[in-house]
Design a protein around this ligand. Structure first.
Ligand code: 13P
Length: 256
């Protein structure tokens, strides 16, 4: 059985104070859920801005909530101003790392080849790569969703060492649903997730069965349960709503 994962991508938001309040609220809420038997066995993770990783490590190291960076460098170390490496992520207790988020692809020009390198680097170092894929509105309107997502995933399957993919998580995040308040319908999400699992199955049946596929794109407390009900939806990658403790807790509950 695949364990559901709910992850909050905080993007470039927060302050020392708000991060502290968010983590306090989250850990208190999750502890209460556990006491009340409200959430089954799920994994919860947060992706703070890198500057807050030490603070997050201090606050979460004795809890079940995991954390990770929103991006890592393609290179191992050296003259890469502004970047953070896989080794740094590990040094600060990160368990996961986001790779190829659509904002990184669109704003910073990350290519499928960069993404494959990052997934490989993260996976080989023992981090869980969360590979983000998804089509633009134009691509969806042209009926090219499966083709675009397949291209993004195949680039990784082809170019990243197989040993780096054992714990791979895929986040299907349609670009048109990110930060727009527009959400894929549960049917659209399930359809895309099933296509992704089918693609993985062509590559490796075991991998298809074990790989968690998260949905991301305007997930909220009010729509999480219906989206997570899809057979191939194994949780969510949450942006805006992960900054609101109560909303994020509601989403965690919907996954458990
Ligand atoms: P929103 O939940 O704000 O749409 O963001 C989704 C996302 O990009 C998570 O990585």
């Amino acid at each position: 059985m695949r364990k559901p994962l709910v992850a909050g991508n905080w993007k470039m938001n927060g302050s020392r104070e708000s991060v502290s309040a968010l983590i306090d609220g989250l850990t208190t809420g999750l502890t209460q859920f556990a006491k009340d038997g409200l959430v089954n066995d799920i994994e919860v993770a947060v992706f703070p801005s890198a500057v807050f990783v030490q603070q997050v490590e201090n606050a979460l190291s004795s809890t079940n909530v995991a954390w990770g960076l929103q991006n890592i460098c393609t290179a191992e170390s050296g003259a890469y101003t502004g970047e953070a490496s896989v080794a740094m992520a590990k040094d600060f207790g990160c368990k996961l790392v986001l790779v190829g988020h659509s904002e990184r692809r669109a704003i910073y020009g990350e290519t499928d080849a960069d993404v494959a390198t990052k997934v490989e680097r993260a996976g080989l170092a023992g981090l869980v790569p969360v590979l983000c894929v998804g089509e633009s509105l134009e691509e969806r309107q042209e009926g090219r969703t499966d083709e675009v997502v397949a291209r993004q995933i195949k680039a990784v399957l082809k170019n990243s060492a197989p040993e780096s993919l054992t714990e791979l998580v895929i986040a299907y995040e349609p670009v048109w649903a990110i930060g727009t308040g527009l959400t894929a319908t549960p049917e659209q999400a399930q359809e895309a997730h099933a296509a992704i699992r089918g693609l993985l199955a062509e590559h490796d049946a075991d991998m298809a069965a074990r790989t968690r596929i998260l949905y991301g794109g305007s997930v909220k407390g009010s729509n999480a349960a219906e989206i997570f009900a899809g057979a191939d939806v194994d949780g969510g990658l949450v942006g805006g709503a992960s900054l609101d403790v109560q909303d994020f807790l509601t989403i965690c509950r919907a996954a458990g």
